[in-house]
Every structure is written in structure tokens, then in C-alpha cells.
Design a protein around this ligand. Structure first.
Ligand code: PGA
Length: 253
């Protein structure tokens, strides 16, 4: 059985007070309302990580994620954060290759492959993001592009390692826009990505990997998206900043 996952990426939002407040609310609601077979991952900005870890406490199905990581172990990289630092604070999941990192910080497949490797080396789970921009979909090149992204960053991994990765398909045209991919569009791409993995590795490996959908997931569309056979949950941006909405999304399996 693949893991069901609701991950909330807060991006560059909240301050110390509002972030702690949000985390407390979400953790309380998740503890009392969400089935324990759903993994809930809170992905706040770095400065919240130790505080949110404390708030999560003993909850078994709530995990702590980071939005990015540097690909080197340590050294003179002012402003960056390493996998070891994250792991030492209790982080279990790290987003790698979010489209905003690709777009604004020039991250490419070669770099992302190194980040994925580093996250795995420190025993954490990479949440690897792929997804096309609108013009790519309009030119009917979206399958090619997602293939290139997945192959470029992940296909150097062993079978054992790729099984530890979570993939998030996030069409860029659906992120923060209020436009969601239709259930059919999401299912079609998720099935395509799973087949890529099956062809490169094998079906059992492909069947074991959770593939999340991201892009304007809301309480009103989560149920339909999560009931698609190849959609194993969501990577949620905007709606993860509202405790009620995010909890309702986590209840949509
Ligand atoms: P959104 O963001 O839910 O605000 O569209 C999703 C994401 O970027 O992970």
C-alpha cells in the first residue's frame, strides 16, 4: 500500500508568532480529526523548524519537512542550510526542485540530482517536484518535459533508493493561480510518471512510490483528486496556511 500524504508547504510566509500559531492549530486538528494512516507533513520556513518540531511532540503521523537544502555537506556557503543541519533538528522530508526554486534560483536537474542524493544520505525523504509551465503544455510537450525532469534528477538512483523518494507533480500553471489540473489531467500525468519508473526499474518499485499532486489543492477539490488511482495525496501551498482548510484536505482520502 502506498503512503497517503498531505504536505503543507508554507513557502516564505508567517512570522515567529503566526507560524507557531498555525502549527499549533494544525497539529491539534490533525491529532483529533485525521486518520492515522495519513502522513501529514508540515513544511515551514527554516526558522520555524525547531519550534514546530517541539509542537509536533509525540504525534506519529505528523512529520517535519524543509523547503530546500544545499547539496554540499558544509563550508563557506553563506545563507545556505545543509542536510545534516536539517536532520539534526528532526526534519524527515525535504522538498527538492520546487518550480519556484527552478524558476527564481536557476536550479536544474544536475543540481537537483545532487540534492536528492544528499537528502537520502542523511536518511531523509526527498519530495521531488516536477511539472510543466503553461506554454509547454500548450505546445504538447508536457510529457517530454516531465520525463526529462524525473529522469535527470532521479534515474541515477538505485532501485532501493528511488523507493525512498516521494514525487510531486506540480504543473506550474496551477500553482497559486486557483486553476487546478482536472482530475483527468492529474491522473494522466501521474500514471505516465509511474510508467516511466516501471520501465526503468520495475512495476513493484513504481507501485510503491507515492506521487503527490500540487497546484491549487483546496478542500473543495482534494477528494476528487485523491481518489484518482495514481494520485497519492497533495503538496499544498496556499491552503496550508489555513489550519481548517489544510486539515480538511488531509481528511480527503
Ligand atoms: P498552491 O502551491 O497550493 O498555492 O498552488 C502548491 C505548491 O507550490 O506546492
Amino acid at each position: 500500500m502506498r503512503k497517503k500524504i498531505a504536505a503543507g508547504n508554507w513557502k516564505m510566509n508567517t512570522n515567529l508568532t503566526t507560524g507557531q500559531q498555525l502549527a499549533s492549530e494544525v497539529i491539534n486538528m490533525v491529532n483529533s480529526e485525521v486518520n492515522s494512516d495519513v502522513q501529514v507533513i508540515l513544511i515551514p520556513p527554516y526558522f520555524h523548524i525547531t519550534g514546530v518540531k517541539k509542537l509536533i511532540g509525540p504525534a506519529k503521523n505528523i512529520f517535519l519537512g524543509a523547503q530546500n537544502v544545499h547539496h554540499e555537506d558544509s563550508g563557506a556557503y553563506t545563507g545556505e542550510i545543509s542536510a545534516e543541519m536539517l536532520q539534526s533538528c528532526g526534519v524527515t522530508h525535504v522538498v527538492v526542485g520546487h518550480s519556484e526554486r527552478r524558476e527564481y534560483f536557476g536550479e536544474d536537474e544536475a543540481l537537483l540530482a545532487k540534492k536528492v542524493r544528499k537528502v537520502l544520505d542523511f536518511g531523509m525523504t526527498p519530495i521531488f517536484c516536477c511539472g510543466e509551465k503553461l506554454e509547454v503544455r500548450e505546445a504538447d510537450k508536457h510529457f517530454d518535459l516531465n520525463k526529462k525532469q524525473v529522469e535527470g534528477a532521479l534515474f541515477g538512483l538505485s532501485e532501493e533508493d528511488i523507493k525512498k523518494v516521494v514525487i510531486a507533480y506540480e504543473p506550474v500553471w496551477a500553482i497559486g493561480t486557483g486553476v487546478t489540473a482536472s482530475d483527468d489531467q492529474a491522473q494522466e500525468m501521474h500514471a505516465f510518471i509511474r510508467k516511466l519508473i516501471a520501465d526503468k526499474y520495475n512495476q513493484a518499485t513504481a507501485d510503491s512510490i507515492s506521487i503527490l499532486y500540487g497546484g491549487s489543492v483546496k478542500p473543495g477539490n482534494a477528494k476528487a483528486l485523491f481518489s484518482c488511482p495514481d494520485v497519492d495525496g497533495g503538496l499544498v501551498g496556499g491552503a496550508s496556511l489555513k489550519s481548517r482548510d489544510f486539515t480538511d484536505i488531509a481528511k480527503s482520502f
